[in-house]
Design a protein around this ligand. Sequence first.
Ligand code: SF4
Length: 149
Amino acid sequence: MNYYDFQVVFQEVPGEISLCFSICGCPLKCEGCHSPHLWKEENGKTLTIEKFEKILKQYDDLATCVLFMGGEWHENELVNMLKIAKKNQYKTCLYTGLDAISKAILDELNWLKTGKWNAALGGLSSKITNQKFIDIKSNTIKNNLFIKN
Ligand code: SF4
């Protein structure tokens, strides 16, 4: 599984400081995609278990959540990394452009963002978006956390 970059982010999972890994090879090719550099698998570098665990340890005093931007197309590797994140006391989130993902991935998540990018409908802060930010445990949509008054 290749990743393009890694960042510490504050907005994507409300209330959490997240270690965000952008995974290469996105097959969805949404029109108007903000990250076309993620379409090609070979644009990234391998996210090895060693590298991943090193980052988790490095940020364990600061960050509270591990967020994957994509990667559901590498199901076994993604599930394995989510399990490692949880073992290291991190919460977990996946942003996918799909409307649904496998149960194997779902079982390892605290939050899931679904839905392709559609410029006419906007992202999570839009009241008419097709995208959903879901709290898995309570199975509730939490888009309200992104909408500014
Ligand atoms: S899911 Fe995200 S990265 Fe993939 S094509 Fe759509 S907007 Fe781009």
